[in-house]
Design a protein around this ligand. Sequence first.
Ligand code: 5GP
Length: 145
Amino acid sequence: MSLDGTYDDGNIFAKILRGEMPCARVFEDDHVLAFMDVFPQARGHTLVIPKRSQARNLLEEEPQNLTGLILGVQRVAKAVRAALQPEGLVITQFNGAPAGQTVFHLHVHIIPRWEGQAMGRHASGGMADMDELKRLAEQIAAKIS
Ligand code: 5GP
């Protein structure tokens, strides 16, 4: 799906937001939901999505939703750092399939990095163990401030 198109509310993140699909939930406020990526590129890979949004990508998002989104991203990133003690954090976001986007509800990736540990490839790794993801989600949630 290119940058042109319409929002499909059957996408997996819309289903998670409606409670139709499970997720390992880390954090939620009025603006964002954060949960563990099931195909993590590193231990602790977390996604932050705007809750009241029909934006497929950053370019489509209503400007008034962006502040809540980035504040949520920063808050969750700080909690990931506090919980897992990474030495670096990749915070990234893809717009359109040719750029690597595979789920078409705007989202931001928070990927912890450790020196000497390679990051997994985007959208091509194995599925994580759900119990392990829930443990990580709890660890990160405990550090939200
Ligand atoms: P994108 O490729 O659109 O930037 O990122 C989508 C992300 O969603 C990928 O990193 C992928 O691993 C993750 N993902 C795909 N399906 C699911 C799912 O059902 N649940 C969760 N929690 N993550 C998913």
